[in-house]
Design a protein around this ligand. Structure first.
Ligand SMILES: Cc1ncc(COP(=O)(O)O)c(C=O)c1O
Length: 402
């Protein structure tokens, strides 16, 4: 008998994989691999996976090249290069007024993905429960399962993708150890308001919970919305690990430079797990991301404005194609309801056929839910692409309207 098996899983229900541990049965192959393969097989415009198709700032790229040419090509220190840890500390202070000691309160990781995995493995015991918003980034549920813990999802529902405070309160049980929060939120593009973040903070204090807050889209916020740092609320800094990475902010998703900031005791715990995962990564990219974090405010403003313009190009095209389009004020993503175009409401089937019907790839949001029925009719499009690529996709999607 297996004591703790992941409950409903994020992956499409798949057949048993031989040799795979019971904890990971059902997680299958990520939909991103399937859809990206379909995009290249059909010559489709790939608005599935969220990665930009332009390079980030020249200074950041040049700093990496200089680091490689300068011989920074061996293992960096376990906690990350000091220059990067100092830059992360300065960035937290500059944008959120939060002080972290670069020596004991910051850990550099292989992307936010390893920060999440390291934290969940380090902090969770078998049977612990984690309250998490769904839909959710695809690594959350498998990492919680690998830690032997149990994810308890609270569903965000369109059109505004807020959470129901009573559902959130009800999800917190005696076995709850941790809240895993994500704002700005993938895939909904929701930026949680100060009041919503305060409620999460109050509940964490009331129930003495640890908090992981995934803020990788912290700078990709539109329409004057404000990213509220959870760790800045009273009683939160000492129980919270803030996770972010350079991939989204500097268009360097392939470099996988991420980090955690938090109190020394939590960072020490995560470092214990992290050192046996990758130990270290991305030596020459670390000083380059440090350069990026020091760029002036104008860089951050232009980054958000550029992406907002891309969003504003894609959204009307999706409306014209016939989808019900939900508002998004952050990230790379917009979600739509397919039912006006496909009354069956089967997003998985719709996305598998879309490349053949009109040459565009999107992601069925269902894969990001544990309660599959909540997201069955929803589909996610990425707009972090060049304007002419978006225009091409929009033109192709108009075939659906006809
Ligand atoms: C919400 C969220 N968290 C974490 C990550 C992973 O970030 P990284 O590429 O730095 O590992 C992503 C990437 O898409 C994401 O959307």
């Amino acid at each position: 008998m297996v004591p703790f098996v992941a409950e409903p899983t994020l992956a499409a229900v798949s057949s048993r994989v031989p040799h795979l541990t019971a904890k990971l049965q059902g997680f299958g192959t990520t939909i991103f691999a399937e859809m990206s393969a379909l995009a290249s097989a059909t010559g489709s415009v790939n608005l599935g996976q969220g990665f930009p198709d332009t390079d980030g700032p020249r200074e950041v790229l040049d700093a990496a090249i200089a680091a490689i040419n300068g011989g920074l090509n061996q293992y960096p220190p376990g906690p990350g290069m000091l220059v990067l840890r100092q830059a992360i500390a300065a960035h937290q202070q500059r944008f959120y007024g939060l002080e972290y000691d670069p020596d004991s309160e910051i850990l550099v990781t292989a992307g936010a993905t390893e920060a999440l995995a390291g934290a969940l493995i380090a902090l969770l015991d078998t049977g612990d429960e984690v309250v998490v918003l769904e839909p959710m980034f695809d690594s959350y549920a498998p990492c919680i399962a690998m830690a032997g813990a149990v994810a308890k999802p609270v569903t965000l529902r369109p059109p505004h993708y807020g959470f129901d405070p009573d559902e959130l309160r009800a999800a917190i049980m005696p076995k709850t150890k941790l809240i895993l929060f994500n704002s700005p939120h993938n895939p909904t593009g929701r930026v949680f308001t100060r009041d919503e973040v305060r409620l999460i903070a109050d509940l964490a204090v009331e129930h003495d919970l640890l908090v992981l807050t995934d803020e990788v889209y912290e700078h990709l916020v539109f329409d004057g919305a404000e990213h509220v740092a959870l760790a800045s609320f009273p009683g939160l800094r000492e129980r919270t690990l803030v996770i972010s990475s350079g991939g989204k902010t500097f268009n360097t998703t392939g470099w996988k430079i991420g980090w955690l900031c938090g109190p020394a005791e939590l960072i020490t715990a995560v470092r214990t797990a992290k050192q046996f995962l990758t130990y270290v990564n991305g030596g020459p990219f670390q000083p380059a991301i440090a350069t990026g974090l020091g760029l002036p405010d104008s860089f951050y403003r232009e980054l958000a404005a550029d992406l907002q313009a891309k969003r504003d190009r894609l959204l009307p095209g999706l409306v014209d194609a016939g989808f019900t389009v939900y508002p998004t004020s952050a990230t790379y993503f917009v979600t739509v309801d397919i039912r006006p175009l496909d009354p069956s409401g089967d997003g998985m089937d719709f996305c598998r056929k879309l490349p053949h019907r009109c040459g565009v790839v999107a992601i069925p949001t269902e894969v990001l839910y544990m309660n599959k029925h909540e997201g069955r009719h929803l589909v996610r499009f990425a707009f972090c692409k060049k304007l002419d690529v978006i225009d091409d996709a929009v033109a192709r999607l108009q075939k659906l309207a006809r």
